[in-house]
Write a protein that binds this ligand. Structure first.
Ligand SMILES: [Zn+2]
Length: 266
């Protein structure tokens, strides 16, 4: 994500449920509306949203019965993550999240009345009780902890076999981000930390997270894994890195940042 271009490389997307239509020849190239030309009767919904810094993304959602021609295939957008740059990935995520928000909030959670799209903002307004519903964004913290030139990496019980990463978890109601970092680390590996510093963030639209990255230093305690979310955790130096996430993910960037500061085992 270091070379961030200013413009999108695509401006249209075709969704089916939460899958996105891509070229069969190159799974990293999203299909535009040509892929559904003459198939307007299959379109369930349409949307448009501005994309940072000055682009616009348009999308359509097609019926589950729609079958694309051989040139195209529907894929889980997660698969595109490694090959899309930050601007393209953000646009895909924005379209996906707004589409999902609109279709899952057709009815009011408070009174059950039908909602309609606000004309002034990205929101749904209830016809009946006038409640305004906004897209949900669920913040999650992710933290790289350093101790004597080593970084704490853990293998989650859900992770691909052998893949180690930094610790992460969802923020709970009423918590600050820093409190969430301290709590998650204590819950998962039983240690206490200090010098918690903001690192950066990354939207993770599966379905609607925002990863907020931190670095921290070990303060006290020895690793005791929770045995539930975490299968294994240990301190690793530059000479003993296990299989880690790629550098386009925020976890990969946090580990890369550690390796830059501690290139040699101490
Ligand atoms: Zn209502």
């Amino acid at each position: 994500m270091s070379h961030t271009p200013n413009h999108l490389s695509f401006s249209q997307l075709v969704f089916q449920g939460s899958l996105v239509l891509v070229s069969s020849a190159d799974h990293t190239v999203p299909a535009d509306f040509h892929a559904i030309s003459g198939k307007d009767h299959c379109v369930v919904s349409r949307g448009t949203a501005p994309v940072h810094p000055h682009d616009e993304i348009q999308w359509v959602e097609v019926e589950t019965t729609f079958t694309p021609t051989e040139e195209y295939v529907f894929l889980n957008p997660r698969v595109l993550f490694p090959s899309l740059n930050a601007v393209d990935f953000a646009a895909l995520g924005r379209a996906l999240q707004i589409m999902d928000f609109r279709r899952t909030n057709a009815f009011c959670g408070r009174c059950g009345g039908a909602t309609k799209q606000s004309t002034t903002e990205e929101a749904r307004v209830c016809h009946h009780c006038k409640s305004t519903l906004y897209p949900v964004i669920a913040p999650a913290i992710i933290v790289g902890i350093e101790r004597d030139g080593k970084i704490l990496l853990a293998r989650g019980s859900q992770h691909p076999a052998g893949r180690f990463s930094v610790l992460a978890g969802f923020v709970e109601p009423g918590e600050t981000l820093e409190q969430a970092v301290i709590r998650e680390v204590h819950e998962e590996v039983s240690i206490d930390i200090k010098e918690i510093k903001y690192f950066g963030s990354q939207p993770w639209p599966f379905p609607h997270s925002l990863m907020v990255g931190f670095t921290a230093k070990w303060a006290s305690g020895e690793i005791v894994i929770d045995g539930n979310e975490i299968a294994h955790a240990d301190w690793f130096d530059a000479s003993s890195m296990p299989n880690i996430p790629p550098s386009h993910s925020i976890s990969g960037r946090i580990i890369e940042h550690f390796l830059k500061h501690y290139p040699q085992p101490s």
